[in-house]
Design a binder for this molecule. Structure first.
Ligand code: ADP
Ligand code: ZN
Ligand code: ZN
Length: 731
């Protein structure tokens, strides 16, 4: 038999199928060791056939199988092929998404533990009697094992000495056995389950989601409407049909409650896939799914590649979240991969959100997606009320603090009442915009109507969309004030001020600094949910999905910040963030409140958010996108050219640009914008960065793929070239 093998080297030169002679025990999806050139390599079997077109004498033989079972199913191979073609990556790079990284090169295996028991046929007394008087350690070990019946070999070695145990084994007094040790992540997580009766809205939603011919559905439910329970019931439904399920969350470490509830409901059927786990844990969880021992995969975006067969349902919670777009190669869009996977398995895709993306909601309105709505909170209470504070007034009234009078008062009330508060700092990436503290003016680009970014290195303001630069402002052009803020406040500074204001309050901080180590988020969230702190201060992470019943106050410190990111999605992001974070308040019995601090109390987006008016927001934003031709009414493509040497990057950019120019000339009506330039962040991770930035009209599928092909053909060993589609940031 002939096996078609993809060599596990993600390089365009070897990105083709190689034929090898295979033994009969090799089937589709196996990883194999093969001779390749002068070396050995690993590869994936992606096809089998009787005859090769290659001359027989030139064919080499597969050396061996690398695993006991095929690591890829037929469906997964189809999906890998889609990823390869859609994102123009080598087949090997696509295939790697489906297996734990450490499986490659044999860096991870099953963990085997040796256990010891006393031999049955001889009595412990006889054993001890046969020992020399001086062998007390051996005698003690026999006594211990008699008590314990069974013990890990490693523990015995540690307790009684390696020599003593070795000689007991040699004497034949101890029998050894080996057992697989499943490494289980998040062991300390208490299974947490509530028996609930479905609300009317929940059961209606479930009906709508199950009884539809449409492949994709949106579960559009306000914060606290009980979406999780709907997901659990749907999963349960498909499990009963003998099917499996994939559940994606924006960041698994941020949603321990989701995991706890899944475990409580489905026990060992649940398997977690995410990058924060140790290599061993990841491998074990993956094996449990691959072998069918576990039937539900939960994880962040990469879990879309989970090794499950017979998938009945895929759920993407918080579908609008930016983390569903991969920022390293392959730069896949989870939603698109999920749609493809559903097509392959002929199964359902459920998107869940309280603030659906413009794209998703458009698709519902046009009838492409099925829509289920839940408009009420489970607790029957209204969504929390907003108190808006105009920060321009605060300064005028002699309060230069980060906290408005309103927020201080509400914090005091909240803590005195024994409740909890979340303070949210709206912060992201490199972005630094200029804001006038007196009138709220924000510096914007004259050509693009997006806010400018301040670049410290060049001391200039730049537009990330058209690359125009502007001189740094010394005074506000609107009101003449010199109170210009060039950088926001950090979380640490907030904690310091809180400590001064409320010396006895217990404060937790959650941001990139405090969540570096493994399970870092998880520990902070757990501590907060156990009531070990009064106030949780954090960035975007505190906004996501949490269900803390005692939180009655949410403070949004700088609501405006995300309004002026140099990004066409900034309105959408701001609306989503404010709605999400506000949704953490008043989820149980007590009514909640939100204090929103802003320099622009009249801003339309903030008003829509405060009134929980998604429809209003959608109409407003959709009209802007349509008239300015931004996605979904166009596609932004950015070809990145990076190199360690500036000259190489510049010549690479020139080559890419010249390659693309004829296409642009020929297909001009497909382009809204086309130009080459430095990237806004000139050097990143020691690489010089340049780009060809393009905006194309929507639905120009062929031109888009042609751009991918032309640009990627200019990749060399010195110059990295890659393409981003509607990138999450244009840094
Ligand atoms: P969402 O994800 O829509 O914001 P959750 O799924 O977190 O909301 O649910 C909010 C709260 O309501 C949770 O504490 C959940 O346990 C509870 N809950 C959900 N459904 C019910 C129900 N049918 N009866 C009682 N409580 C429920
Ligand atoms: Zn001003
Ligand atoms: Zn511009």
């Amino acid at each position: 038999m002939i096996a078609e093998v993809i060599v596990d080297i993600a390089h365009s030169e070897v990105d083709k199928v190689f034929d090898y002679i295979a033994d009969d025990d090799i089937s589709l999806g196996f990883r194999v060791e093969i001779p390749f050139g002068r070396f050995k390599s690993e590869g994936f079997v992606i096809g089998l056939k009787i005859k090769s077109d290659i001359e027989g004498s030139k064919l080499k033989k597969i050396i061996r199988k690398l695993d006991d079972f095929p690591v890829l199913s037929n469906e997964q191979l189809l999906l890998a092929k889609y990823v390869k073609e859609e994102y123009h990556v080598p087949f090997a790079a696509a295939l790697r998404q489906f297996i734990p990284a450490d499986l490659r090169g044999g860096r991870v295996k099953e963990k085997i533990i040796s256990f010891a028991v006393l031999k049955n046929e001889i009595s412990p007394v006889e054993m001890v009697a046969s020992l020399r008087k001086s062998s007390t350690a051996q005698a003690n070990a026999i006594g211990y094992l008699k008590e314990q019946k069974k013990e890990k070999l490693s523990v015995l070695n540690e307790k009684f000495g390696y020599g003593a145990i070795k000689s007991l084994i040699e004497k034949g007094f101890i029998d050894l056995s080996e057992e697989k040790a499943g490494r289980i992540p998040y062991k300390q997580l208490e299974a947490f389950s509530k028996e609930v009766t479905l609300s009317e809205e929940q059961s209606n939603a479930i009906d709508t989601l199950l009884n539809t011919d449409k492949r994709v559905s949106l579960l559009f439910g306000v914060t606290g409407s009980g979406k999780t329970e709907v997901y659990l019931r749907l999963i349960d439904y498909y499990l009963r049909q003998g099917k499996t399920a994939i559940m994606l969350v924006p960041e698994i470490a941020l949603t321990p409650q989701m995991l706890a509830q899944l475990r409580a409901r489905f026990g060992d059927n649940v398997s977690i896939l995410h990058s924060g786990l140790s290599a061993g844990e990841r491998y074990d969880e993956w094996v449990r799914l691959r072998t069918g021992e576990a039937k539900i995969a939960i994880g962040a975006r990469s879990a879309i590649f989970a090794p499950l067969e017979n998938v009945g349902i895929i759920i993407i919670d918080e579908e609008h979240d930016g983390s569903y777009v991969a920022e390293t190669s392959p730069r896949y869009k989870t939603l698109d991969v999920a749609k493809k996977r559903c097509e392959i398995h002929n199964c359902k895709l459920i998107l869940g959100s309280a603030t659906p993306s413009i794209e998703t909601y458009s698709a519902c309105l046009s009838g492409k997606y099925n829509l289920a709505r839940m408009n009420k909170r489970i607790n029957g209470k209204n969504l929390p009320d907003f108190i808006v504070t105009d920060m321009r007034d605060e300064l005028r009234n002699g309060n230069p603090s980060i906290f408005s009078y309103d927020l201080k008062r509400e914090l005091q009330k909240c803590i005195t009442g024994g409740n909890q508060a979340i303070l949210f700092l709206n912060r992201r990436g490199f972005s630094q915009q200029v804001i006038c503290r007196d009138c709220g003016y924000v510096a914007k680009c004259k050509n693009c109507d997006v806010s400018l970014n301040y670049h410290k290195d060049s001391n200039l303001l730049k537009c990330h969309y058209c690359n125009s630069t502007y001189k740094k402002l010394s005074a506000c052009p609107e009101c003449g004030s010199i109170n210009l803020n060039y950088k926001g406040t950090g979380t640490q500074k907030i904690v310091d001020e809180l400590n001064a204001l409320f010396p006895t309050a217990r404060i937790l901080r959650m941001d990139n600094d405090t969540t570096q180590n493994k399970e870092g988020h998880f520990k902070i969230l757990r501590s907060f949910s156990l009531g070990e702190a009064d106030i949780l201060v954090g960035t975007q992470m505190v906004a996501k999905g949490h269900d803390f019943p005692s939180v009655t106050l949410v403070g949004i410190l700088d609501a405006d910040m995300s309004l002026y990111f140099p990004d066409y999605r900034c309105n959408e992001r701001t609306f989503q963030l404010i709605t999400q974070v506000a949704g953490r308040s008043g989820r149980a019995n007590k009514k909640g409140v939100v204090v929103l601090q802003t320099y622009n109390p009249d801003n339309a987006i903030l008003k829509f958010a405060m009134n929980y008016d998604y429809e209003g927001f959608f109409k407003y934003e959709n009209a802007i996108r349509k008239s300015t031709l931004f996605p979904p009414y166009s596609v932004i493509l950015r070809v990145m050219v990076e190199s360690e040497r500036d000259e190489d990057a510049i010549s690479g950019l020139k080559r890419v640009y010249e390659k693309l120019l004829p296409l642009y000339e020929k297909e001009k009506e497909s382009f809204i914008f086309f130009n080459k330039m430095k990237s806004p962040v000139k050097i990143l991770k020691n690489k010089y960065r340049y780009q060809v930035l393009m905006r194309l009209i929507a639905d120009c599928f062929d031109v888009k793929h042609e751009i991918y092909k032309l640009a990627l053909s200019e990749k060399t060993s010195k110059v990295l070239v890659y393409v981003e589609e509607n990138p999450g940031s244009l840094n």
